[in-house]
Design a protein around this ligand. Sequence first.
Ligand code: URA
Length: 244
Amino acid sequence: MSRPPMARLDRLLANLGYGSRREVAGLVRAGRVVLDGKPLTDPGAKVPVTADLPLKMSISGVPVDPPAPLTLIMNKPLGVVCSHKEPGRSVYELLPHRWRARMPGLSTVGRLDKDTSGLLLITDDGPFLHRVISPRSHVAKRYRAELERPLSGEEGALYASGTLMLEGENDPLAPAELIQTGERSADLVITEGRYHQVRRMFAAAGNHVVGLHRDRIGGLVLPEGLEPGGWRILTEADHAAIFA
Ligand code: URA
């Protein structure tokens, strides 16, 4: 069995957002950090960093936060933004405040517009992020769109053609699948993540998106019990489903 990665306790806790190295050293010296039932006293002690750390370590009696790599699945509500830079309430504000100071930091895996709801992944795992968003991975994302006008019936062939060029772009879109679900509603499955892609695709067909919700990434479907604004840690089964 390979040995788990080890980290200095003060660095680990500082990277999890519990305070500066000096502040977390104070917590350790005060006996508030407990590993496997025993208080740790040396901030420089090397500790094993495994995914089950919250089951083994506590701070002031509360399980420690999960270490990196950490990926979350969120049901993004309408009205919040995915970027730290955009004005307005962000998805990061729906997570524990301390997590904003985590190193490595958490980022959304691609973005959903402020007016788009649904399945959003948030991760500190760079290779995972790139694998999900890279068009070369062909991870399909399904969007449920409500439209201002009835569908013409020609959109499916246009999107499947692999020749549709969005305004201001030089490369045609990869083929996408349209499934009409009503007179003014459709599911659109795309493997790319260009800026406002779904809204621009319907605009290119002379329509206008009035409601947009993402409910699937690869084979991972937004869990029914996850309320808007709710999130949970991605499981290994979820991870496998994304790339299935
Ligand atoms: N396409 C859009 O237009 N908006 C999103 O939020 C996601 C995909």
